[in-house]
Each structure stands twice: as C-alpha cells, then as structure tokens.
Unconditional design. Structure first.
Length: 142
C-alpha cells in the first residue's frame, strides 16, 4: 500500500515496551491536572528555551538571559520567568544595588525537568532518521 508507514520490528518492539509500562489504572486527578498544567506551560517555546539556556549557562542576569534567548521580548521574558518561578523551576535572586541586580538560575526542581528534557534530545538523536523518512514519505504522497 503506497504511503503506508514502514516500521522495523525493533521500532514496534520499542513502542510495545513504552505501552507496557506499569502505569496506574486510576490516576489521581490532582496529578493529572498538574501534568496538563505543566505541559501546557511547556508547550510555548519560551519556557523550553529559557530552561535550556539556564541548563547550559547556569546563573544569568536578566539582561544576559535576554541576549541569549534570541527573539524574546522583555515583557514575554518577564512573564515566562515569573511563571517558571511560581512553578518552582527558577530561583530569582535580587541584590540590593543601584541599579538592581537580578539573577536567575534553575532550582533543583528545574534541574530535574532539564534532565527530563535531555531525554527529548536523546529521542531526537535516536529517531531523527525515522522522522526525516516519515516526512519524506508524507511529502511524496502529497
């Protein structure tokens, strides 16, 4: 059948391994709500980009972070950092000086999330060829 996905036995076995994980049948609604809230927060590109930047660079002043996160407005950077701070992912340190010095760093909780995002990078390394092939098959069928 033209355009049908071509998966290797190894691909199918890996998918079955993920499906077979022992997840609880009845998830606590509070946990489900937290996952949905956090995922919707990560869905925007700025949260992931800021997380990645702080993961790579460590502690940064607001202006340094703004320079490294290309394309973000000051308002959006402030809003995203506040949300990340509220969620416990970022620590904001204000130093009493003129002008005020503010630094941001990932909290221990933010570091655990950064480690989780490392798995996305690993997935991308392992699967980039399969994604490229799937895109090529799709584009050919169009």
């Amino acid at each position: 059948m033209a355009g049908a996905p071509i998966y290797s036995k190894a691909d199918l076995a890996r998918a079955e391994t993920y499906k077979a994980r022992d997840y609880p049948a009845n998830v606590d609604p509070a946990i489900e709500t937290l996952v949905r809230e956090m995922m919707s927060g990560f869905a925007d590109k700025w949260t992931v980009t800021i997380l990645d930047t702080l993961w790579d660079s460590g502690t940064l002043r607001f202006s340094e972070l703004a320079r490294q996160v290309t394309g973000i407005s000051q308002k959006m950077l402030t809003q995203t950092l506040r949300r990340m701070q509220r969620d416990g992912l970022v620590v904001r340190t204000l130093y009493p000086s003129v002008p005020p010095k503010v630094e941001y760093t990932l909290s221990p909780l933010g570091m655990t999330l950064g480690a989780a995002f490392c798995n996305v990078w690993i997935w991308a390394l392992e699967n980039h060829k399969a994604v490229d092939d799937a895109r090529a098959r799709f584009d050919e069928a169009e």
